[in-house]
Every structure is written in structure tokens, then in C-alpha cells.
Design a protein around this ligand. Structure first.
Ligand SMILES: Nc1ncnc2c1ncn2[C@@H]1O[C@H](COP(=O)(O)OP(=O)(O)OP(=O)(O)O)[C@@H](O)[C@H]1O
Ligand SMILES: [Mg+2]
Length: 382
């Protein structure tokens, strides 16, 4: 177990800067999930932590030791790659032993470590097979086993489950979470998978073009994204974003114009918004419901497409006949394309972002539109 700190970490490849000053402190035993679009620098950050990639500037600390220029083998870190990187001609046992033999560990120690890892990962029965005699999930477990036998202070995982089918992914996800609980090691885990990120992470780090967009617990990021980037990245299907302009804001009435002549009016206590301010409002697909609640506002949709998933129904629809919208309803519905539909939205679920894409948290906090002290309505002006 170890703390890990990244201080103003920068990576340049010739003229292009890939990582622009990342600052992050990871507590001992924490499971951090790193997410972000393809090419944003997740693997580069991981490889710099592992010592497989040189740091252009900035520092990496493990506990209080500066390891920025320490060789990979001396950092006490083990990394698991997406491509497993197993030796095909070696048995499971030999694959597990390989790193420890190189480190000149004693036979007894190696055997102890292998038995320990095989036990945790339920590989004991397969120790004499070669990787091609094993399933994808079993191969993945060997790759993880190879990391475990080294007894590292820190585990790094770079999309370790992405080669597995859906069912195996779920199974391995649970196994990794259990493993983390059992071993208590510090872990940094890169994934593209929303569910993995939300369910496994103590904290999620959202990376955008080599910069941290936000760090927080999964629910903090979902409920209080600091910016449009995080709001769009966390949540599936993706949040709906509507560009709006303030028409006026007085007497606790905020009127926002949406494209053409459409406008919505929310009655609330927002004070800092002024006429002509440009904003973006964010509405998550799952926050639209068929039920009316005390504070909900009705919104009119025309359906383009209906997808029935059994437990839920995805709708692709147009708001006010114009604006493309994603909607996720729980349960099954008999809606058809071109149906008109009124759905309801509780304004407390609306996220507000300023013209530079930063969240307007003050509004959100003030704008807790409780049933008692706020009345709401929506006026659609044609
Ligand atoms: N050796 C290299 N030379 C030049 N540019 C590189 C090199 N390695 C990576 N890059 C660039 O650095 C950026 C970040 O790459 P990285 O592999 O870290 O992204 P990633 O977030 O892991 O993406 P993915 O989700 O696709 O795995 C990319 O634009 C990539 O092209
Ligand atoms: Mg990568």
C-alpha cells in the first residue's frame, strides 16, 4: 500500500504536448479510475507512473519518495495491459514465475507467491496449461496473477477487460473489486466502460486532452459535474445539452429562449443571470418521466425512434419538434415513431453551464426548487 502523487506532470512528444500538467494525489488503498476519450492520454499517464515512459517535466512521488527517474523495476508497481502480454509457450505457472525468477527470488518464495495468486484467482487447476488452452477470462486472470505475485505497492490496469465478452467482463469486474478489497493495494484503473468506472471507483478522474476535467466520487461527477465535458462523459445515454439565452430574469422568473421562438420560463430565485447571457442547460435522459410530480414541468416531444431493451425504453425524440433528445424511461411502453408525447422534468435536475462550459453551481444550489416555496411553469412561446 502506498500513496501516489503526480505533481504538474507533463509529457511532450517532440513538438506536441500530450499531458499538460496533471496534479493528482491518490491515497493509499484507493481505487482510482481514469476515463476520457480515445487519445486523451490515459495510457501515457499510466506508463509514466509505471516508469515505462519518460516524464518531460513534473514529478511522481510514491509515499514521500520522488521516483520520477527511478527505473520501472524499482518502483514497486505492477501493470496489467489490455493485451495480456503472456508468453504463449510457457505454462501458467511459468508465466507467473517469470518476473520473480528474473528478480532472483528463491524457489520457495516463488512457489508461495504463485500458490497465493492462483488461489485468489482460482487458477490452481490450470497451472500446467499453456495460455492457448485457456479461455479469455482465464488468460486475463493470469495477467493479473503475474502482477499479484510481485506483491506491488501499486497496481496499474490499462483497460484490462476490453477483450472480454459482456458476461465475462461483468464477472471479472466483480473479481477485481473483490481482489482490491482483499489486497487493499492502491490501484489506478483505465477503462472506457461507464459501468466499470461508476461501480469500481473510489474516485474517477476525467481526462480531457491531457488535462484533468474533474476528479470526484462517481456520484459527485454524475450529480455535480463541474463542466460540460464531465457532464457529457459521465452518464449513459449521454446528457442532452440545450443552448439557451436569458430573455429576462426578474421577480423570481427566469425565462430562457431556446432556438427560434421557443422559450421556457422557470420560476425560481436565480439572481446572477442577466438578459442576453448565453447558457447551456443539461438534462439527463433518465430525468424525464411519464409521471407528473408536484414540481415537474411538462415538455413536448415527437418520437423519431423507440428502442425497447426490456427493462427500459430508449426514445430518440425531438423537443418542440426541433431539438434532438435522448430519453431513457424505466419499463416497457407501446410508443410508436411519430407519436407526440408529453414528458415531465423536475427542474432540480436541470444542470446549468455558462458560456465557457463551466457549471454554474451557485444557481444549482440556490435553485433547489422545493415543492413548498417555488411554483413552476413552462410557457412555450411560438
Ligand atoms: N510515442 C508517441 N509519439 C508521439 N505521440 C504519441 C506517442 N504515444 C502516444 N502519443 C499520442 O499521445 C496521445 C495520448 O495517447 P494515449 O495512448 O495516452 O491515449 P489514451 O487516452 O490511452 O487513448 P485510448 O483510449 O485510445 O487508449 C495520443 O494523441 C497519441 O497519438
Ligand atoms: Mg490507452
Amino acid at each position: 500500500m502506498a500513496n501516489l502523487s503526480l505533481k504538474n506532470l507533463v509529457k511532450r512528444y517532440e513538438k506536441t504536448t500530450t499531458i499538460h500538467g496533471v496534479d493528482l494525489t491518490i491515497q493509499s488503498g484507493e481505487l482510482i479510475v481514469l476515463v476520457g476519450p480515445s487519445g486523451c492520454g490515459k495510457s501515457t499517464v499510466l506508463r509514466m507512473i509505471a516508469g515505462l515512459e519518460e516524464v518531460s517535466s513534473g514529478d511522481i512521488y510514491i509515499d514521500d519518495e520522488n521516483v520520477t527517474h527511478t527505473s520501472a523495476s524499482k518502483r514497486g508497481i505492477a501493470m496489467v495491459f489490455q493485451s495480456y502480454a503472456l508468453y504463449p509457450h510457457m505454462t501458467v505457472k511459468e508465466n507467473l514465475a517469470f518476473g520473480l525468477k528474473n528478480m532472483k527470488c528463491s524457489k520457495e518464495y516463488i512457489s508461495e507467491q504463485i500458490n497465493h495468486a492462483a488461489d485468489i484467482l482460482q487458477l490452481s487447476e490450470h497451472l500446467d496449461r499453456t495460455p492457448n488452452q485457456l479461455s479469455g477470462g482465464q488468460r486475463q486472470r493470469i495477467a493479473i496473477g503475474r502482477a499479484i505475485v510481485r506483491n506491488p505497492k501499486i497496481f496499474l490496469f490499462d483497460e484490462p477487460l476490453s477483450n472480454l465478452d459482456a458476461e465475462l467482463r461483468v464477472q471479472m469486474r466483480h473479481e477485481l473489486t473483490k481482489l482490491h478489497r482483499k489486497l487493499g493495494n492502491t490501484m489506478v484503473y483505465v477503462t472506457h466502460d461507464q459501468v466499470e468506472a461508476m461501480t469500481m471507483a473510489d474516485r474517477i478522474v476525467v481526462l480531457n486532452e491531457g488535462k484533468i476535467a474533474q476528479v470526484g466520487s462517481p456520484l459527485e461527477l454524475y450529480n455535480h459535474p463541474n463542466n460540460i465535458f464531465t457532464a457529457s462523459f459521465i452518464g449513459s445515454p449521454k446528457i442532452n445539452l440545450l443552448p439557451v439565452q436569458v430573455i429576462n430574469n426578474h421577480n423570481k422568473k427566469l425565462t430562457l429562449s431556446l432556438f427560434d421562438n421557443n422559450a421556457i420560463t422557470l420560476i425560481n430565485s436565480i439572481s446572477q443571470l442577466k438578459t442576453n447571457d448565453s447558457l447551456t442547460i443539461g438534462i439527463r435522459p433518465e430525468h424525464l418521466t411519464t409521471e407528473i410530480t408536484n414540481d415537474s414541468i411538462p415538455l413536448e416531444f415527437t418520437l423519431d425512434e423507440v428502442e425497447s431493451l426490456g427493462d427500459s425504453t430508449y426514445l430518440y425524440a425531438k423537443l418542440f419538434k426541433k431539438f434532438d433528445f435522448r430519453i431513457k424511461l424505466q419499463g416497457q411502453y407501446n410508443f410508436k415513431e411519430n407519436n407526440n408525447l408529453t414528458l415531465h422534468l423536475s427542474p432540480k435536475n436541470i444542470l446549468f453551464f455558462d458560456s465557457s462550459g463551466e457549471a454554474i453551481h451557485d444557481i444549482r444550489e440556490q435553485n433547489i426548487l422545493t415543492k413548498n416555496d417555488v411554483e413552476l411553469n413552462v410557457v412555450v412561446q411560438e
